[in-house]
Design a protein around this ligand. Structure first.
Ligand code: NAD
Ligand code: GLY
Length: 361
């Protein structure tokens, strides 16, 4: 399948290229910068840094893999690395890895000398369909997920779908959680495509993956272009996330992959939507739960607790939701499905009603 190019029509405009073998274009597409440095993690760098074709002398800083690295200490170490490397304001930081490298590295690039360019080289399905596009950068605080961050768009995204072959089953599953979220935002065509292509998705069929990644990027790029800083419509992309962020925090960051928590969060959002009589399609929860089951993502809190040996007490989850970035005056706000591709934004409810839904799940 030829490379697919999706433009994100912001000012400045940037491109997201999707296809196999794209990492090999990194060196030529970043040759115009005064200097380049690489941020990756100790798992991804040995697999893919060599494919970038960078000069041997290119300096690299490697994080310990996983969510536990997405913190202020690692951010400071990355900034010190950039300074030691002598990057100037015309230099560029190359971010090779999943959403942790992309989120922390994007924030480091945004802060360093008040902002230098960065190129996203996403190597997980989650990062290719979601986190590498749209300019949300952040690290976690003890008080909550992604609480310290800024919006800053990448200069370029090269999503090499060939890298998805080496993802372990759990990380691939996590990406599928965000793919399913995007389908519920995008509409019937993508949801039906996922349903009809379950077997090819499970087999990581390369052409199907490129098609699905590109469709998710198109969906996200269009929303981000209309609402880059989440003043309104972009909140749609947070479907399932109020639940997911609380689940991740209460379980301990890294214990449950982000996209798996989002997947379970989608099922919980549908339960809540049914209880509040917001959803209009009676079969929607069954369709979503069937896809989650096919992907191996728990559809209930009870199943999530068992799989990950996590407590996930409803009262703890509600307490954590109050700290979510989307909360207003301590009240969590939800994005809830009305139908495929149609979402209700900014739904608030009493803690007791929320706990009732969580206790039943
Ligand atoms: P991750 O970055 O922790 O990567 C998961 C694991 O996969 C790591 O151990 C990594 O070393 C390994 N890995 C990466 N690529 C690989 C490959 N090709 N082959 C083998 N192993 C590989 O996790 P993630 O799921 O990519 O990202 C999760 C993070 O993204 C969370 O912190 C979440 O909050 C964030 N996120 C951000 C946005 C956004 O808009 N900025 C959107 C969604 C999620
Ligand atoms: N992942 C949600 C967003 O980028 O807005």
């Amino acid at each position: 399948m030829p490379t697919i190019c999706i433009a994100v029509p912001l000012e400045p405009r940037y491109e997201v290229l999707v296809g196999r073998g794209l990492l090999a274009e990194t060196a030529s597409r970043s040759a115009h910068y005064s200097a380049r440095a690489l941020l990756s993690d100790t798992h991804v760098a040995p697999l893919y840094a060599g494919a970038l074709g960078l000069p041997e002398a290119t300096r690299a800083h490697l994080l310990t893999p996983g969510e536990s690295s997405k913190n202020l200490d690692e951010l400071e170490r990355t900034l010190e690395f950039m300074a030691r490397t002598g990057l100037d304001r015309s230099a560029c930081l190359l971010l090779l890895g999943g959403g942790v490298v992309g989120d922390l590295g994007g924030l480091a690039a945004a802060l360093y000398m008040r902002g230098i360019d960065f190129v996203q080289l996403p190597t997980t399905l989650l990062a290719q369909v979601d986190s590498s596009v749209g300019g949300k950068t952040a690290v976690n605080l003890a008080a909550g997920k992604n609480l310290a961050g800024v919006f800053r768009q990448p200069a370029l995204v090269l999503a090499d779908t060939g890298t998805l072959a080496t993802l372990d089953a759990e990380e691939y599953r996590s990406g599928l959680g965000e793919v399913l979220k995007t389908a519920l935002v995008a509409g019937e065509a993508l949801l039906a495509r996922l349903e009809s292509a379950r077997a090819e998705l499970a087999a990581r069929d390369p052409d199907l993956l490129a098609e699905v990644v590109a469709e998710c990027v198109r969906t996200k790029a269009a929303i981000v272009a209309r609402d880059p800083t989440e003043k309104g419509e972009r909140a749609k992309l947070n479907l399932g996330h109020t639940f997911a962020h609380a689940i991740e925090r209460v379980a301990g960051y890294g214990a449950i992959p982000h996209g798996v928590a989002v997947g379970t969060g989608l099922a919980l959002a549908l339960r809540l939507s049914e209880r509040l009589q917001i959803v209009r399609e009676p079969a929607l929860r069954a369709r979503v739960e069937a896809l989650l089951a096919a992907f191996g993502i728990p559809t209930t809190l009870a199943a999530l607790r068992t799989r990950y040996h996590a407590q996930l007490e409803p009262s703890e989850l509600v307490r954590s939701m109050r700290l979510d970035k989307k909360s207003v005056a301590g009240r969590p706000r939800f994005v809830l499905p009305r139908a495929v591709g149609e979402l209700a934004l900014g739904i608030e409810l009493e803690d007791s009603a929320l706990e009732t839904v969580l206790e039943a799940a």
